[in-house]
Write a new protein. Structure first.
Length: 226
């Protein structure tokens, strides 16, 4: 089966990782939780648009690839709602001058996002009972009570979706792995403004930190749980 990183990561490099024993599937546990990271209009845009059009509306938008991922997240969210499994929304709140931090130095545009940009995307917006988790840094764990919430929920597996593959998704996946959660990343339910960064980071996460698979396969895996 073709992988998102085929053609980006050479066959020789993939063979080297396989030979060293990287990339084995770990499977999922019995109590999954869904993370929907930073799926706000500022990363998606108000409607599906090509990247160069989308950044005229929100300079932090990832363009139409984001909306493709939203449709996949919608399917996962539907299953979690049906099963009554927990859903958590780590998200960036509007940046104020006193907490701009180094991110504003690297990406000044983040300080000028219109207020509407911080709203959750309507098709997958939070519902009553979901956990909203404002964060200041890429990892959803850093400086937040996420680990405490997950322990209280009894979660053993995180299904990680959202934006961006190379930033907040990857940071959260690495920290989840460090906390000994099983991690599943639906490869087409995460998105990035760079196709190359998207592919490389999916490869790295699949090699070391998570099971990475298409959303349809993730849904089948989750539906198999009792």
């Amino acid at each position: 089966m073709a992988k998102p990183w085929d053609g980006v990561i050479s066959e020789e490099e993939q063979r080297a990782y396989n030979a060293a024993g990287f990339g084995r599937a770990t499977g999922i546990g019995k109590r999954p939780a869904l993370l929907i990271i930073d799926v706000q209009y500022r990363t998606v845009g108000s409607t599906p648009m090509p990247f160069w059009e989308a950044i005229k509306e929100y300079p932090t938008s990832c363009g139409e690839v984001a909306w493709k991922a939203v449709r996949k997240i919608e399917k996962l969210l539907g299953l979690f709602r049906e099963r009554g499994w927990p859903v958590l929304y780590p998200y960036v709140a509007p940046k104020l001058a006193f907490d701009a931090g180094r991110l504003s130095d690297k990406v000044p545009a983040i300080m000028n996002v219109a207020a509407r940009g911080y709203d959750f995307v309507e098709p997958i917006a939070p519902a009553q009972g979901d956990i909203l988790l404002p964060k200041k840094h890429p990892s959803a764990f850093f400086g937040t009570p996420l680990a405490s919430y997950l322990i209280n929920l009894g979660a053993d597996t995180l299904v990680v979706t959202g934006c961006s593959t190379s930033g907040c998704v990857r940071g959260s996946v690495v920290d989840a792995f460090a906390y000994n959660f099983r991690v599943l990343v639906p490869e087409d339910a995460v998105y990035d403004r760079s196709a190359t960064s998207h592919a490389v980071n999916l490869f790295d996460m699949a090699s070391k930190y998570a099971d990475v698979m298409p959303t349809d396969d993730a849904l089948a895996t989750l539906r198999a749980l009792d």
